[in-house]
Design a protein around this ligand. Structure first.
Ligand SMILES: Cc1ncc(COP(=O)(O)O)c(C=O)c1O
Length: 375
């Protein structure tokens, strides 16, 4: 069997451990999973109702033009339909953008500790991933990324991915940083800039700006959004892209005709129109984050202020041991060793009782495992 080296080098994605598996392995009845940045409220009741109403039409293929969904997004987000595309999660959008813009060995540029899908998609599409170190506070160094781009013309960098806010760090680039960055790398015809705004709706920082604001100014800018987080539709698999018309046109040639199933389309149309669910989701997230900040401070664990629905914190111990001990207590968090963080973990905001159970278990585990710095 001959497999190309880029594919062989891919590291399999490690999702949050499923609840059922943890129950089986540890013989537990109650398990709380705060590991995958999902919406603890479920999804919008309006979306559920719409999905129930659509169950009987599932003998039919979905609408390959995504007509109703694109119309709804267009109306609510204020972009013409020709600038919008949807995919099987933003994962699919990331993958196909890499396929579209990179020839084999061309470069994809991002940051250290950026959302891992950029690296996986680069490898799977035989492109070369380049990562610029984070700056202080686990923040993306947009200036450093632009500097790297101009210093390495030989790497033929075709795509820059900026997750804003980023997962797993929860940090963000400010409006000013974005503006300086785009002024340098914007409007180039050999480069596309992708802002992945999966957590956009959770941001509280007042100096944040969505890159959507700059779509009219720069012709090489793409913004990704997802329905998996604030809209609670992770299981349906649906994400959206705002992009220049020419990009959407090419994307629609490359994607599978039925990339977004019918239930996902129906659910997203309804979810988009349920503002009260969106607001409740924001409120529970912000309350949960503030609760975590308080508890982590009490436990003396450093954390990074988050603009997402999760927080990265330092256990000051071997995080794989903390993870294991928490699992035995029925709490699934996310170790982030794959991002190079040996003592940090990520916790997603859950319901109040889940958050409380997680913090109680964590405080017990800290007593069991000695403090260690792993460098
Ligand atoms: C930054 C970021 N982008 C994209 C995604 C993927 O979202 P989707 O479920 O739409 O594929 C995630 C999921 O965790 C994420 O954290």
């Amino acid at each position: 069997m001959k497999i190309s080296p880029e594919i062989l080098n891919l590291v399999p994605y490690r999702p949050g451990k499923p609840i059922s598996e943890t129950q089986r392995e540890y013989g537990l009845k109650t398990v709380y999973k705060l590991a995958s940045n999902e919406n603890p409220l479920g999804c919008s009741p309006k979306a559920l109702e719409a999905v129930r109403g659509a169950l009987e039409q599932q003998n039919l293929y979905p609408d390959p033009s995504h007509y109703e969904l694109l119309q709804t997004i267009s109306k609510l987000w204020g972009f013409p339909v020709k600038q919008i595309a949807v995919g099987n999660g933003s994962d699919e959008l990331i993958d196909l953008l890499t396929r579209i813009f990179c020839e084999p060995k061309e470069g994809v540029l991002t940051s250290v500790a950026a959302f891992n899908a950029y690296e996986v998609s680069a490898g799977a599409n035989r492109a070369a991933i380049r990562k610029v170190p984070l700056k202080e506070g686990f923040r993306f160094d947009l200036k450093g990324i632009a500097d790297y781009y101009f210093a390495h013309p030989e790497e033929n960098i075709r795509l820059i991915f900026v997750s804003n806010p980023n997962n797993p760090t929860g940090t963000y680039a400010t409006k000013l940083e974005i503006e300086d960055f785009l002024a340098r790398v914007g409007n180039r015809d050999d480069l596309m800039i992708v802002f992945d705004e999966a957590y956009n709706e959770f941001v509280r920082a007042t100096d944040y700006a969505s890159a959507q604001n700059y779509m009219g100014t720069y012709n090489n800018l793409i913004v990704l959004r997802t329905f998996s987080k604030i809209y609670g539709l992770a299981g349906f698999r649906i994400g959206a892209m705002i992009a220049p018309e020419a990009v959407v046109e090419v994307f629609n040639r490359v994607r599978k005709p039925f990339n977004v199933n019918d239930l996902a389309q129906v659910a997203a149309v309804a979810a988009l129109q349920d503002n009260s669910f969106l607001e409740r989701s924001q409120q529970i997230c912000w309350k949960g984050l503030d609760y975590f900040y308080g508890k982590l401070t009490e436990m003396g664990l450093p954390y990074v202020q988050s603009q997402g629905n999760f927080v990265m914190f330092d256990t000051l111990r071997d995080a794989s041991k903390v993870h294991e001990s928490l699992l035995r207590r029925g709490i699934i968090l996310r170790p982030i060793l794959n991002y190079g963080f040996k003592t940090q973990m990520r916790i997603s905001v859950g319901l109040d009782h889940e958050n409380e159970a997680a913090m109680t278990a964590l405080s017990e585990v800290l007593k069991e495992i000695p403090v260690s710095s792993l460098g």
